[in-house]
Design a protein around this ligand. Sequence first.
Ligand code: B16
Ligand code: MG
Length: 224
Amino acid sequence: MTNTSAFMDWHIRGAIFDLDGVLVDTASYHYRAWKRLAEELGFPFSEQDNEQLKGVSRMRSLELLLETGGMAERVSRTEKDALAARKNAWYVEMLEGMTPGEILPGALECLRGFRAVGIRTSLGSASRNAGRILERLGLTAMLDAVVDGNDVEQVKPAPDVFLLAAKRIGIAPSACVVFEDAQAGLEAACAGGMRAVAVGTSESLSGYDAKVAGLFEIQPAEWI
Ligand code: B16
Ligand code: MG
């Protein structure tokens, strides 16, 4: 379904936003850091290989990357911790250069617009760097709650991050909508009993209630 006029019938009171790929364009930084790690380990890593890493935790991403390189069985837990830390250091270094220009089109208008019509807003991200990114881009105060990978044991596709976000804004999951660019996140929203809007142009996403190319297509006034 892509007919936005139907959003009103969902009776939404809470909007939960994924970070990477929905509010900000950090996906390319993740990719560059993972690719660098793969090349140091001696195997290539393509943008297509990177698709499966979107929305899942840092450690799960590393495991998927090692599987791509046929190394999954050969790396100990201690070595995995060191490799994940190495990738994160490169990623964080890139984040230091981020500017508000990397906020995705329509994101600010969407956050402001939902608040203006009385719909509460929360972040629901798997990233443990979410707080740092929000601060750097001046987005923290634009959200009523922030939930990220530091707050829950199980990240997406488990629904925990979104359920905690709904709890923090005081809205029942059935009255929340999740905006997500990754398959793991859409599955998490569905598992949490929330409406799911797929964001982006990926053809491989499934299991959503509606799909938009970006938040610039969302008109909060049409939701109440
Ligand atoms: P970090 P999201 C996710 O953020 C990313 O999509 C995913 O690629 C990344 O592995 C995960 O955060 C963990 O990120 O290494 O910063 O803790 O899309 O859920 O906002
Ligand atoms: Mg994402």
